[in-house]
Unconditional design. Sequence first.
Length: 268
Amino acid sequence: MDIATISDKEFSQFQNLIYKIAGISLSPAKKPLVSGRLAKRLREHRLASYGDYFKLLNSGHHPDEIQMAVDLLTTNETYFFRESKHFDFLRQNILAHHKKGQLFRVWSAASSSGQEPYTVAMVLADCLGDQPWEVVASDISTLVLERARSGHYPLEQTRHIPKSYLNKFCLKGVGSKEGTFMVGRSLRSRVNFMQVNLNATLPKLGEFDLVFLRNVMIYFDEETKRQVVRRIIGQIKPGGYLIIGHSESLNGIADEVKSLMPSVYRKA
Protein backbone atom coordinates (compact mmCIF):
# COMPACT_ATOMS: atom_id res chain seq x y z
CA MET A 1 0.00 0.00 0.00
CA ASP A 2 1.16 3.56 -0.69
CA ILE A 3 2.18 5.63 2.32
CA ALA A 4 1.85 9.41 2.23
CA THR A 5 4.98 11.52 2.81
CA ILE A 6 5.41 12.60 6.43
CA SER A 7 4.18 16.18 6.88
CA ASP A 8 5.85 18.84 9.06
CA LYS A 9 2.97 18.54 11.53
CA GLU A 10 3.34 14.75 11.74
CA PHE A 11 7.12 15.00 12.13
CA SER A 12 6.59 17.52 14.94
CA GLN A 13 4.30 15.01 16.71
CA PHE A 14 7.05 12.36 16.67
CA GLN A 15 9.65 14.95 17.73
CA ASN A 16 7.52 15.73 20.80
CA LEU A 17 6.85 12.05 21.53
CA ILE A 18 10.52 10.98 21.53
CA TYR A 19 11.50 14.09 23.53
CA LYS A 20 8.83 13.34 26.14
CA ILE A 21 9.84 9.67 26.48
CA ALA A 22 13.63 9.73 26.02
CA GLY A 23 14.63 13.41 26.23
CA ILE A 24 16.01 13.17 22.69
CA SER A 25 15.76 16.25 20.48
CA LEU A 26 15.31 15.29 16.82
CA SER A 27 16.46 18.09 14.51
CA PRO A 28 14.54 18.82 11.27
CA ALA A 29 17.40 17.05 9.44
CA LYS A 30 16.14 13.77 11.01
CA LYS A 31 12.80 13.94 9.15
CA PRO A 32 13.89 11.40 6.45
CA LEU A 33 15.21 9.08 9.19
CA VAL A 34 11.89 9.21 11.07
CA SER A 35 9.80 8.56 7.95
CA GLY A 36 12.15 5.80 6.73
CA ARG A 37 12.32 3.93 10.04
CA LEU A 38 8.60 4.15 10.81
CA ALA A 39 7.34 3.31 7.29
CA LYS A 40 7.56 -0.45 7.99
CA ARG A 41 5.34 -0.03 11.06
CA LEU A 42 2.70 1.79 8.98
CA ARG A 43 2.75 -1.10 6.53
CA GLU A 44 2.54 -3.62 9.36
CA HIS A 45 -0.64 -1.93 10.68
CA ARG A 46 -1.97 -1.14 7.18
CA LEU A 47 -2.05 2.60 7.85
CA ALA A 48 -1.85 5.21 5.09
CA SER A 49 -0.40 8.12 7.05
CA TYR A 50 2.07 8.91 9.85
CA GLY A 51 -0.74 10.81 11.59
CA ASP A 52 -2.76 7.57 11.79
CA TYR A 53 0.26 5.77 13.25
CA PHE A 54 0.70 8.56 15.84
CA LYS A 55 -2.99 8.14 16.82
CA LEU A 56 -2.44 4.39 17.21
CA LEU A 57 0.53 5.05 19.54
CA ASN A 58 -1.57 7.42 21.65
CA SER A 59 -4.65 5.18 21.80
CA GLY A 60 -3.33 3.45 24.93
CA HIS A 61 -3.99 0.03 23.40
CA HIS A 62 -0.50 -0.65 22.01
CA PRO A 63 2.23 -0.24 24.70
CA ASP A 64 4.49 -2.68 22.81
CA GLU A 65 4.18 -0.54 19.70
CA ILE A 66 5.36 2.54 21.62
CA GLN A 67 8.49 0.60 22.62
CA MET A 68 8.93 -0.46 18.99
CA ALA A 69 8.77 3.19 17.83
CA VAL A 70 11.28 4.20 20.54
CA ASP A 71 13.57 1.34 19.45
CA LEU A 72 13.46 2.47 15.83
CA LEU A 73 14.06 6.15 16.57
CA THR A 74 16.85 5.83 19.16
CA THR A 75 19.17 3.19 17.67
CA ASN A 76 22.64 4.54 16.84
CA GLU A 77 25.60 3.05 15.01
CA THR A 78 28.63 2.07 17.09
CA TYR A 79 31.68 -0.19 16.78
CA PHE A 80 34.34 -1.99 18.85
CA PHE A 81 37.13 0.17 20.31
CA ARG A 82 35.45 3.38 19.13
CA GLU A 83 37.47 6.42 20.32
CA SER A 84 40.30 4.05 21.29
CA LYS A 85 42.15 6.62 23.44
CA HIS A 86 39.46 6.12 26.08
CA PHE A 87 40.43 2.46 26.40
CA ASP A 88 44.13 3.39 26.55
CA PHE A 89 43.22 5.75 29.42
CA LEU A 90 41.29 2.95 31.14
CA ARG A 91 44.32 0.64 30.92
CA GLN A 92 47.09 3.10 31.75
CA ASN A 93 45.49 5.63 34.11
CA ILE A 94 42.69 3.79 35.89
CA LEU A 95 43.32 0.04 36.00
CA ALA A 96 47.06 0.43 36.53
CA HIS A 97 46.27 2.09 39.90
CA HIS A 98 43.29 -0.04 40.88
CA LYS A 99 43.62 -1.72 44.29
CA LYS A 100 44.15 -5.46 43.77
CA GLY A 101 41.28 -7.69 44.83
CA GLN A 102 38.73 -4.86 45.01
CA LEU A 103 35.61 -5.12 42.79
CA PHE A 104 35.83 -2.81 39.74
CA ARG A 105 32.45 -1.80 38.27
CA VAL A 106 31.81 -0.12 34.91
CA TRP A 107 28.53 1.15 33.50
CA SER A 108 28.10 1.55 29.76
CA ALA A 109 25.08 3.85 30.03
CA ALA A 110 24.10 4.05 26.35
CA SER A 111 25.35 0.68 25.19
CA SER A 112 23.42 0.39 21.91
CA SER A 113 24.14 -2.97 20.24
CA GLY A 114 26.85 -3.96 22.73
CA GLN A 115 30.17 -3.11 21.10
CA GLU A 116 31.16 -0.62 23.83
CA PRO A 117 30.48 -2.84 26.89
CA TYR A 118 32.15 -5.84 25.23
CA THR A 119 35.18 -3.67 24.44
CA VAL A 120 35.30 -2.63 28.12
CA ALA A 121 34.95 -6.28 29.17
CA MET A 122 37.89 -7.30 26.94
CA VAL A 123 40.10 -4.63 28.51
CA LEU A 124 39.04 -5.58 32.07
CA ALA A 125 39.53 -9.31 31.42
CA ASP A 126 42.98 -8.58 29.98
CA CYS A 127 44.13 -6.21 32.75
CA LEU A 128 42.37 -7.62 35.82
CA GLY A 129 42.17 -11.31 34.87
CA ASP A 130 40.60 -13.28 37.74
CA GLN A 131 40.15 -10.24 39.96
CA PRO A 132 36.52 -9.23 40.59
CA TRP A 133 34.99 -6.93 37.96
CA GLU A 134 31.58 -6.28 36.44
CA VAL A 135 30.14 -4.44 33.44
CA VAL A 136 26.56 -3.15 33.47
CA ALA A 137 25.28 -2.15 30.03
CA SER A 138 22.04 -0.26 29.50
CA ASP A 139 20.00 1.23 26.69
CA ILE A 140 16.46 2.51 26.20
CA SER A 141 15.95 0.21 23.19
CA THR A 142 14.91 -3.37 23.90
CA LEU A 143 15.66 -4.22 20.27
CA VAL A 144 19.37 -3.38 20.44
CA LEU A 145 19.69 -4.96 23.90
CA GLU A 146 18.44 -8.25 22.47
CA ARG A 147 21.06 -8.03 19.72
CA ALA A 148 23.73 -7.07 22.25
CA ARG A 149 23.03 -10.01 24.55
CA SER A 150 23.63 -12.44 21.67
CA GLY A 151 27.16 -11.02 21.16
CA HIS A 152 26.85 -11.95 17.47
CA TYR A 153 28.21 -9.53 14.82
CA PRO A 154 29.25 -9.33 11.15
CA LEU A 155 32.94 -10.17 10.62
CA GLU A 156 33.76 -6.64 9.38
CA GLN A 157 33.13 -5.43 12.96
CA THR A 158 36.42 -7.07 13.98
CA ARG A 159 38.53 -4.47 12.16
CA HIS A 160 39.29 -2.37 15.29
CA ILE A 161 39.69 -5.29 17.72
CA PRO A 162 43.37 -6.08 18.54
CA LYS A 163 44.37 -9.48 17.15
CA SER A 164 45.31 -10.83 20.58
CA TYR A 165 41.82 -9.94 21.88
CA LEU A 166 40.17 -11.52 18.84
CA ASN A 167 42.01 -14.78 19.47
CA LYS A 168 41.35 -14.72 23.20
CA PHE A 169 37.75 -13.48 23.44
CA CYS A 170 35.99 -14.09 20.10
CA LEU A 171 34.87 -17.07 18.00
CA LYS A 172 34.75 -17.02 14.21
CA GLY A 173 31.51 -18.27 12.68
CA VAL A 174 31.59 -21.40 10.50
CA GLY A 175 29.02 -23.07 8.25
CA SER A 176 25.73 -21.14 8.32
CA LYS A 177 27.41 -18.56 10.61
CA GLU A 178 30.24 -17.85 8.14
CA GLY A 179 30.97 -14.14 7.73
CA THR A 180 30.15 -13.48 11.39
CA PHE A 181 31.81 -13.79 14.79
CA MET A 182 30.65 -14.12 18.36
CA VAL A 183 31.97 -12.73 21.63
CA GLY A 184 32.94 -15.77 23.74
CA ARG A 185 30.53 -17.05 26.39
CA SER A 186 32.89 -16.40 29.34
CA LEU A 187 33.09 -12.71 28.41
CA ARG A 188 29.37 -12.40 27.60
CA SER A 189 28.51 -13.80 31.03
CA ARG A 190 30.35 -10.88 32.69
CA VAL A 191 28.22 -8.19 30.99
CA ASN A 192 24.78 -7.52 32.47
CA PHE A 193 22.42 -5.91 29.92
CA MET A 194 19.33 -4.05 31.12
CA GLN A 195 16.83 -1.51 29.83
CA VAL A 196 17.30 1.93 31.41
CA ASN A 197 15.81 5.27 30.37
CA LEU A 198 18.40 7.91 31.30
CA ASN A 199 15.66 10.54 31.10
CA ALA A 200 13.77 9.04 34.06
CA THR A 201 14.52 8.06 37.67
CA LEU A 202 17.28 5.45 37.53
CA PRO A 203 16.82 1.94 38.95
CA LYS A 204 19.03 0.84 41.85
CA LEU A 205 22.30 0.12 40.05
CA GLY A 206 24.83 0.62 42.86
CA GLU A 207 27.98 2.73 42.52
CA PHE A 208 30.52 2.56 39.72
CA ASP A 209 34.26 3.18 39.41
CA LEU A 210 33.73 4.30 35.81
CA VAL A 211 30.77 5.32 33.64
CA PHE A 212 30.82 5.62 29.85
CA LEU A 213 28.22 8.12 28.59
CA ARG A 214 29.47 8.56 25.06
CA ASN A 215 27.82 10.04 21.98
CA VAL A 216 24.39 10.31 23.55
CA MET A 217 24.32 13.86 24.95
CA ILE A 218 24.47 15.29 21.43
CA TYR A 219 20.78 14.32 21.18
CA PHE A 220 19.79 16.19 24.38
CA ASP A 221 19.03 19.88 24.94
CA GLU A 222 20.91 21.72 27.73
CA GLU A 223 18.34 21.09 30.49
CA THR A 224 18.00 17.38 29.66
CA LYS A 225 21.82 17.06 29.59
CA ARG A 226 21.99 18.65 33.04
CA GLN A 227 19.41 16.26 34.50
CA VAL A 228 20.88 13.14 32.86
CA VAL A 229 24.46 14.00 33.94
CA ARG A 230 23.29 14.73 37.50
CA ARG A 231 21.66 11.28 37.70
CA ILE A 232 24.76 9.60 36.24
CA ILE A 233 27.19 11.38 38.58
CA GLY A 234 25.06 10.22 41.51
CA GLN A 235 26.00 6.63 40.54
CA ILE A 236 29.77 7.28 40.45
CA LYS A 237 31.95 6.52 43.49
CA PRO A 238 33.98 9.41 44.94
CA GLY A 239 37.18 9.46 42.88
CA GLY A 240 35.46 7.56 40.07
CA TYR A 241 35.50 8.53 36.39
CA LEU A 242 33.04 9.67 33.73
CA ILE A 243 33.93 9.38 30.04
CA ILE A 244 31.86 11.16 27.37
CA GLY A 245 32.21 11.38 23.57
CA HIS A 246 35.04 13.40 22.00
CA SER A 247 32.55 15.78 20.41
CA GLU A 248 30.78 16.41 23.75
CA SER A 249 31.53 18.64 26.74
CA LEU A 250 30.29 19.14 30.30
CA ASN A 251 31.15 22.85 30.35
CA GLY A 252 28.44 24.59 32.35
CA ILE A 253 26.66 21.26 32.87
CA ALA A 254 28.28 19.72 35.97
CA ASP A 255 30.50 21.11 38.76
CA GLU A 256 30.85 17.81 40.65
CA VAL A 257 33.39 16.40 38.20
CA LYS A 258 36.74 17.80 37.14
CA SER A 259 38.08 17.58 33.58
CA LEU A 260 41.31 15.53 33.34
CA MET A 261 41.55 15.72 29.54
CA PRO A 262 39.01 16.29 26.76
CA SER A 263 36.00 13.97 27.34
CA VAL A 264 37.44 12.41 30.58
CA TYR A 265 36.24 13.62 34.00
CA ARG A 266 36.80 12.59 37.60
CA LYS A 267 34.43 12.93 40.56
CA ALA A 268 35.86 14.78 43.56
